[in-house]
Design a protein around this ligand. Structure first.
Ligand SMILES: C[S@@+](CC[C@H](N)C(=O)[O-])C[C@H]1O[C@@H](n2cnc3c(N)ncnc32)[C@H](O)[C@@H]1O
Length: 269
C-alpha cells in the first residue's frame, strides 16, 4: 500500500469514528468528566485491580526528560502525568491542556498541595493554542479514543521542536479477537461496578457503552504506529501489555521537518 493510500484509509476511519461519536465527544463527555473528576483516580485504582500507579510509573519511566524542558500534557485530566514528571525532574515547565474544568480543578489542587506549578489551559486539543516548535516533549495518556487522533497528532507534531518526542499511552484494541472479547466483558463489568460504588451521575452511566464502542472502533498498537509514521513522526516504537490492551508509543519529530504526509492527509479532509 502506498503512503497516499494509507493516508486515505486512516482518514476514512477517522471520519467513521467522528460520525459515530461526535455527538458524545462534543455534547456529552464534558458532563461525564465533570462527574467523574471527583472519583477518577479512585475508580481507576479499582478498575485496574490496583495496577493504576504501576501502569503510570511504567509510562513515566519510558519518558526521557532533561532539566528545564518544556512539556505539554494533552488531555491532562487530573494532572497525574504532570505531577509524576515533576517528581522525576522538578525544574520542568509543564503545560496541561484539557477541556474539562472539573478534571483540571482536581489536577490543579493536587499539584498545589504538593507545592508544584502546572500551567493550565482549558480547551479542545484538536487545536493547540501554542506556537510551532515550542515543546521538547508532549504526552498523551488515556484519551486518544475520544479524539480525532490523527488530527491531534498533527497538532502535536506542529508544537514539538524538531527532535522533540511524543509519548503516548492508551487502552488499545487488542489484535486477538479472544483477548478483545474478554477485555470488553471485563470493562463492562468495571464500568457497572465503579458506577455503582461511586454513584455515577446519569450522564456518566449513560456513556458506559460508548467507552466500549470507542475502543472497538479504535486502533491496535501496530495500526497506531503506522498512523504516527504517516503523520510524519520518525523513530516510532511501541510496546504492549496484557495482550495488547495497553500500548505505549514513542515517536520523534524529525530534525529536518518537511510538511509531507500531514499535508496530504490535511488535503483529504
Ligand atoms: C480518561 S481521561 C485521561 C486523563 C489523563 N490523561 C490521565 O491519564 O489520567 C480523558 C481526558 O480527556 C479529556 N478530553 C477528552 N476530549 C477532549 C478534547 N477534545 N479536548 C480536550 N480534552 C479532552 C477529558 O476531559 C478527560 O479529562
Amino acid at each position: 500500500m502506498t503512503s497516499n493510500e494509507r493516508a486515505i484509509q486512516f482518514s476514512l476511519r477517522e471520519d467513521n469514528r467522528e460520525q459515530q461519536f461526535s455527538q458524545i465527544w462534543v455534547e456529552e463527555l464534558d458532563d461525564v468528566f465533570a462527574d467523574v473528576a471527583r472519583y477518577y483516580d479512585r475508580a481507576n485504582h479499582v478498575a485496574s485491580l490496583g495496577l493504576w500507579n504501576w501502569l503510570r510509573n511504567r509510562f513515566i519511566s519510558s519518558i526521557n526528560v532533561q532539566s528545564g524542558e518544556m512539556v505539554l500534557d494533552v488531555c491532562a485530566g487530573t494532572n497525574a502525568i504532570g505531577i509524576a514528571l515533576l517528581n522525576k525532574q522538578p525544574d520542568l515547565h509543564i503545560y496541561a491542556m484539557d477541556r474539562s474544568k472539573a478534571m483540571q480543578a482536581v489536577g490543579q489542587e493536587s499539584a498545589r498541595k504538593l507545592g508544584m506549578h502546572i500551567d493550565s489551559t482549558i480547551g479542545d486539543v484538536h487545536v493547540l493554542p501554542f506556537p510551532d516548535n515550542h515543546f521538547d516533549l508532549v504526552t498523551l495518556q488515556y484519551a486518544s479514543r475520544h479524539l480525532r487522533i490523527m488530527d491531534v497528532c498533527q497538532e502535536i507534531k506542529r508544537v514539538l521542536k524538531p527532535g522533540g518526542h511524543f509519548y503516548h499511552c492508551d487502552m488499545l484494541r487488542p489484535a486477538s479477537k479472544v483477548v478483545e472479547t474478554c477485555y470488553y466483558a471485563y470493562l463492562r463489568f468495571c464500568l457497572n461496578f465503579t458506577g455503582l460504588i461511586f454513584r455515577s451521575s446519569a450522564s456518566a452511566n449513560g456513556c458506559k457503552e460508548y467507552f466500549i464502542n470507542a475502543l472497538r472502533m479504535f486502533y491496535s498498537a501496530d495500526e497506531l504506529s503506522t498512523m504516527f509514521r504517516e503523520v510524519g513522526f520518525d523513530e516510532v516504537s511501541s510496546q504492549t501489555l496484557l495482550g495488547g490492551m495497553i500500548g505505549y508509543h514513542t515517536a520523534m519529530k524529525p530534525h529536518d521537518t518537511q510538511e509531507t504526509s500531514d499535508q496530504v492527509t490535511g488535503q483529504l479532509r
